[in-house]
Design a protein around this ligand. Structure first.
Ligand code: KG4
Ligand code: ZN
Length: 341
């Protein structure tokens, strides 16, 4: 019956959520999930300004937490509205992380309940588990966010093996840089996806780096190719460029996750992280996995981008299987996914 309040403030979303026991003891139930985006705050700068993000988290977090408790029908306390408080402890922007970690610790102490520090990347891996109770292990997870691009074999919650990763830019970073170059705005991923909807994905043959080799990935070449193509063809439509770029990235990600599953004995494919909200990627991976006879687990789009329900779910599992975190656990901007030896 453990209900966990989750807090996420690693970047530019201020989020809080409550998760509890799923129906008939199956998985977890999301009782509430509130995300306050700072998009308007950072849009004028074309990207996230760390100091502005921290200040906005400070102002917004108490309101977002109150709303999450309210929506979960958990306003009434003492003794405590929830059984534990979990917060993203890293990786992310240090000032932003500190706001969430400090507030979570303070609430845990005030309510005399355990505190759990959650790895943001592990949180993303839990997003698919929120909607699907009957997963078959190991899952092949394609984790694609603004700062990370990894292929992970997940033998179960907390059991991760790294299969491959980007050797340069993250996939989300490539979307953001291309969007900025084309003047499509911030955040880049959704802007590129919108522009791509009206374009021809075959208009430009952008490179599919490392397509035929191994499980590592590279996205800095395709970004440079976009810049060079636009300089060579100043009349090219943004829609065609966006569609061709998106197709190149989707082709590579799809081929790599299928290869990763085949090579590691994956029993299903799971997408996680902000780029997993991309409709073209979701469709391409679904088709390819279907052809390979593998089930695909797609978190809802809202659970792909940063949210606190995934943090609460990971924190709830951690509390039950590993235990609470010490109150002097630091926020760590460079925290890595804990991998099996
Ligand atoms: O997981 P996330 O919300 O935050 C990080 O942990 O980084 O991922 C954010 C990244 C950004 O680079 C954003 O442009 C990208 O995910 N993104 C998308 C889409 N929505 C968000 N990329 C492609 N298509 C989308 N629809
Ligand atoms: Zn994230």
């Amino acid at each position: 019956m453990t209900a966990v309040l989750g807090i996420e403030t690693s970047c530019d979303e201020t989020a809080a959520a409550v998760v509890g026991e799923g129906a008939a003891g199956q998985g977890v139930a999301v009782e509430s999930s509130v995300v306050s985006s700072q998009i308007d705050l950072h849009a004028a700068y074309g990207g996230v300004v760390p100091e502005l993000a921290s200040r906005a988290h400070l102002e917004l977090l108490p309101l977002v937490v109150a709303q999450a408790l309210e929506q979960a029908g958990r306003r009434a306390w003492p003794p405590a509205p929830v059984d534990a408080v979990a917060a993203t402890a890293g990786p992310g922007l240090i000032g932003a992380l500190l706001v969430g970690v400090s507030e979570a610790k303070a609430m845990a102490v005030a309510w005399n309940r355990p505190f759990v520090g959650v790895n943001h990347l592990e949180g993303h891996c839990f997003a698919a588990l929120l909607d699907h109770g009957d997963l078959r292990w190991p899952l092949t997870v394609l984790l694609v966010s603004g700062g990370h691009t990894m292929l992970v074999s997940m033998a179960g919650p907390g059991r991760y093996r790294l299969l491959g990763q980007t050797v340069d830019d993250a996939a989300g970073e490539a979307f953001d840089k291309v969007a900025r170059f084309l003047g499509l705005g911030y955040p880049g991923g959704p802007a590129v996806e919108r522009a791509a909807a009206g374009g021809d994905p075959a208009a430009f043959a952008f490179p599919r780096a490392m397509l035929g080799e191994g499980l590592d990935l590279s996205f800095s070449g395709v970004k440079t190719a976009v810049v060079n193509a636009v300089r060579r063809h100043p009349g090219a439509s943004n829609e065609d460029v966006a569609a061709s770029f998106q197709q190149a990235v989707v082709d590579v990600l799809t081929a790599k996750v299928l290869r990763a599953a085949a090579e590691s004995g994956g029993q299903g494919i799971c997408l996680a992280g902000g780029v997993a909200a991309n409709g073209a990627l979701r469709a391409a991976v679904s088709v390819a996995a279907g052809a390979a006879g593998l089930p695909v687990y797609l978190p809802s789009r809202a659970m792909c981008t940063d949210n606190a329900a995934m943090v609460a779910a990971a924190g709830r599992w951690q509390l039950e299987h590993i235990g609470p975190s010490p109150l002097d656990l630091p926020a760590d901007p460079n925290l890595r996914l804990p991998l099996l030896a």
